[in-house]
Design a protein around this ligand. Sequence first.
Ligand code: COA
Length: 371
Amino acid sequence: MQDTERVARGLEGVVVAETRISEVDGERGRLVLRGWEVEPLSERLGFEEVCGLLWDGVVPDEARRLAIQGALGRGRAAAFGRLGSLGRALELPDAMEAVRAGLAQVSAEELGEGLEAWGGLVGAVPVIVAAWSRRRRGLDALAPDAGLGHAEDFGRMMLGELHPARARALGSYLGTVSDHGMNASTFAARVVTSTGSDAVSAVVAAVGALKGPLHGGAPGPVLDMLDAVGEPGRAESWLRAELAAGRRIMGMGHRIYRVRDPRAAALEAALGRLEAAVGASGRLPLARAVEAAALRVLDEKSPQRALRANVEFYTAVLLEAVGVPRECFAATFCVGRVVGWLAHVAEERAEGRLIRPQSRYVGPAPRGGGA
Ligand code: COA
């Protein structure tokens, strides 16, 4: 029996794996994916290239990129073919529930292994999200176009025709959130994989973890906050009233980062590129004013604890500018993060050791005198 005196609540500070996939440096505010800082990755790599980077460890050459694009396209087409048999999954009230239920119907045995199987899983997520969203808006699902890039086709299936700059911004978003160290959903995927189970089960478990508000979060409330603030000049008084009422400022603070989340900068830059192409919506100056005011009021409230903008803050503004409906924000996160989950599935398989921690029993002592 190991040291059972100290219980590592929330496994905070516990290192559970060595990984080559991504590094989160909370003190310096740095996120590195396979040797790439998140901001250049977000700007320069398309979705298929991010898949290659995370799965193979290197940015794919043209042949490999096309192979990945083909596998994803066939995955989307196969998932679209299954939509009719999903039944209640698309009627569920929450997009994440639809993704969970839709993926749970995929047969691990039929899906197989390797690039084609991963294309099947990664391809299924946007098809389910887009169909769920359109159904909610009273619209028929749009068939995927296997010849398009994954990010562009996701945007098109959800929103209809999409300005290329919006497709690029969506691609930047999906790359930005593709992996993030040993977060809860990634850990869930690795625990399931460590039992020798299949990739479908690992991804379904990860979707369940990502659905929780402490993880997948709710960038929707950030938009609600921007709506409520309305104009930059009202930001500080509105935020002070929130804190006085005992509420948290959405999109601020992080368990690991003690400085600004580097993904916020990557998304803010993607938003700047989008606005340069399609015009400004006015949200960015408002968001920046709210962030600056939030820093002031939070520094006053908790001078010992640095609370800075996290990924959700600019996710909200960017996805709104792309046109993604608010209720699909968490599921859109999933469209990107599934790539990282699968990279971790492969890494965990290579590790080959069952994840099985211990607990300390604090229940009643055994009754009776003997066995
Ligand atoms: N607004 C106001 N106060 C905040 C805050 C926020 N966004 N985030 C943390 N704090 C305060 C807490 O009230 C607490 O203060 P106290 O010590 O006086 O009670 C202190 O900072 C530490 O909070 P704690 O809950 O221990 O931090 P954590 O590391 O567990 O929390 C988050 C991380 C992300 C859950 C938290 O910062 C939060 O709730 N943020 C808002 C929701 C959000 O943006 N979620 C998306 C995350 S990516």
